[in-house]
Write a protein that binds this ligand. Sequence first.
Ligand code: HPA
Length: 278
Amino acid sequence: MQGFITKNDIEAAVGAVRERTDFEPKIAMILGSGLGPLADEVDAVAGIETSAIPGWPISTVEGHVGRLIFGSLENKPVMVLQGRAHYYEGHSMSSIGLPIRVMQSIGVETLIVTNAAGAVNPEFEPGELMLITDHINLLGMAGQNPLRGPNLNEFGPRFPDMSQAYDKDYKALAREVAAGSNIPMNEGVYVCLAGPTFETPADLRFLHSIGVDAVGMSTVPEVIVARHGGTRVLGISGISNKANLDGATVTTHEEVLEAGEVIVPRLTELIRGVLRKL
Ligand code: HPA
């Protein structure tokens, strides 16, 4: 595959999905590190290993299985991506957008995207949720934008608006559900770094100073491709660790996966509540 995905790449991937299911999901969910068990909630009618889909970026990370599940949750037709791929695994930014193009091509109108993130905001505690109100596209500013390459006019415009990357009605819904169910939920700005290294204390002080509340290694490319194609987005981070601004503690992937165990029940309740109101 060249540095960008083409209409043919998307058609080939959609074809592989359609050979396996004719299910028409309206809502797609992407589950972040340690959050895969949320997929067990779905009343599934079909499942596809993502390795069977040509061009699909394969996840190699522990905590990411690489499966698409189709079915219903709270009586809504959903598809769930368990195990996303990341830029640090060697995929191009553009190929990280392929799953979103497939979702858009089979009728998805809403994307609920989740991730595990480190708290840059010192008020946030591990295990809490953060409603993503906006993001900083730091990698995009440095030239790594998933929409780089010829524009796919059938999906959206050359210069897509990003003033409302995270849908304001969905944010209001998530606030309502969290308040009604006493789910601890912060709000803030997410930044995606390339990884795989966690941040140095100086990196974190920089991120804090530019207005970042939580840091991770995903989500932003997917949201950009979603918005380009007119898909409405709800984004939720599960805070897995406190970012290490003073250099006093160490961040590990095990810690991220462990926090998932606390986050999954809260996230499940929040997402079920939002789906009921959609
Ligand atoms: N930094 C970057 N990515 C992450 C972190 C972190 O502290 N926690 C979970 N994903």
